[in-house]
Design a protein around this ligand. Structure first.
Ligand SMILES: *[C@@H]1O[C@H](CO)[C@@H](O)[C@H](O)[C@H]1NC(C)=O
Ligand SMILES: *[C@@H]1O[C@H](CO)[C@@H](O)[C@H](O)[C@H]1NC(C)=O
Ligand SMILES: *[C@@H]1O[C@H](CO)[C@@H](O)[C@H](O)[C@H]1NC(C)=O
Length: 370
């Protein structure tokens, strides 16, 4: 057993090495679950250009794009990137939103918050609709099928939106066993850690984005201010996924401290001899399309995608500070609702608490340029 493990591990290191040198690196298989906000769109462009082996994309209808628009946006981007072979699935049924705590009503964001995302690629980037239809499978069905045909402990899941689709897949007959045997790790965006260590980091920089006027026309008045949107939007699904206990890497809110978007970034970080127009366009229209201030926009999903790819391709990480923790979601009917709880239960996690802006943006804007 041990000898075989060593040999296959060695073979895999060799193939990664050779791929990296000759044909552009290819990652382990990845499933992306997303709500197709603009940061998700940019992350997707980055992932395709940097050689992610994307087996499927599932789109939730409980996050920051309308049900009709999120899948269409993913298909448009894939068409533009010549990757229409990747299946894109709708959320199963509709309205998987949590109604547990009526003091903090969750459910979908109001449509005036999602409108700009819904038409972004069409109106601001000028992308054609794709001829390729959405997958015939529902999101959970597609996830389970991908796991079914994957190698043991091989798949990584990237969660960029609410956890509705992942929880729905876990609940399918026999699929939890597939998660245990096939999934190697889960990467998730966002959520604040509140331990001593995390607190110190947090206090070293100003807190942002927590009120009207700070950028997006979003408010935290209707959610506990420590909750992450991706958790809050469907807290029960999030709680179920975290309790299940996949090995999880979380880019915590602390890690986005110095990651506001500046419109000069694409020009500054894209290599001179590289054409990365689609990525630059998606980034540069973000604030104007949403009538938002640049200072309110950060590299949320983009940074999560970059840190994941750096780990999967065994490159140096732009994350500078990690902390290990076991994490569950609080569903207490008080101000801790939909926040992370650190203890001895839940998902064994590595949380990134601080990132290098320069290292991150260099990698992000040079995707596919080598
Ligand atoms: C698009 O991808 C296909 C394979 O999926 C390839 O044969 C074709 O050359 C690609 N086209 C462009 C313009 O890159
Ligand atoms: C762009 O320039 C860099 C540094 O000079 C070089 O390493 C790279 O191969 C070039 N890429 C292309 C596509 O010409
Ligand atoms: C996480 O939980 C496991 C199992 O209970 C325990 O062995 C480990 O020490 C915990 N890690 C942390 C950082 O609390």
């Amino acid at each position: 057993m041990v000898a075989t493990w060593h040999r296959s591990t060695w073979a895999c290191w060799m193939c990664m090495f050779i791929n990296g040198l000759v044909a552009g690196a290819t990652s382990a298989p990845i499933i992306i679950d997303t709500d197709m906000n603009v940061d998700d769109m940019a992350a997707l462009v980055y992932l395709v250009r940097s050689g992610a082996d994307i087996k499927g994309i599932t789109v939730s209808a409980t996050g920051f794009s309308g049900q009709w628009a999120g899948v269409d946006s993913a298909l448009r981007l894939l068409h533009k990137l010549n990757r229409s072979d990747i299946p894109v699935a709708f959320q199963e049924g509709y309205l998987g939103s949590t109604r547990l705590n009526l003091d903090y009503p969750s459910g979908m964001p109001p449509s005036e918050w999602t409108e700009a995302n819904n038409r972004y690629l069409e109106q601001w980037i000028g992308l054609e609709p794709s001829q390729k239809p959405a997958a015939w499978q529902s999101a959970p069905q597609l996830i389970c099928q991908i796991l079914q045909s994957a190698d043991l402990q091989s798949v990584f899941i990237l969660e960029l939106g609410p956890y509705t689709n992942l929880a729905a897949a876990l609940h399918r007959s026999d699929c939890a066993a597939l998660f245990r045997s096939k999934v190697q790790g889960l990467y998730v965006q966002g959520g604040r850690l509140h331990g001593d260590d995390a607190q110190k980091i947090q206090q070293s920089g100003a807190l942002r984005g927590s009120g009207p006027g700070s950028g997006f026309p979003w408010t935290t008045e209707k959610k506990p201010n420590k909750a992450s949107w991706n958790v809050f939007l469907d807290a029960v699904s999030a709680a179920q996924v975290w309790t299940f206990g996949l090995a999880t890497v979380v880019l915590s809110d602390n890690a986005f401290e110095h990651l506001q978007v500046d419109p000069s970034d694409p020009g500054m970080y894209t290599p001179r001899n590289c054409t990365n127009k689609l990525l630059a366009d998606v980034m540069l229209n973000w604030a104007p399309a949403h009538n938002a201030e640049w200072s309110g926009l950060s590299y949320w999903d983009q940074a999560t995608a970059v840190v994941m790819m750096q780990q999967l391709l065994t490159k140096e990480s732009a994350c500078q500070r990690w902390v290990e923790s076991n994490i569950t979601i609080s569903l207490q009917n008080d101000a801790t609702y939909a926040t992370y709880h650190e203890g001895s239960l839940g998902a064994p996690s590595e949380a990134c608490l601080a990132t290098s802006r320069v290292a991150l943006l260099n990698d992000f804007y040079s995707a596919g340029c080598a």
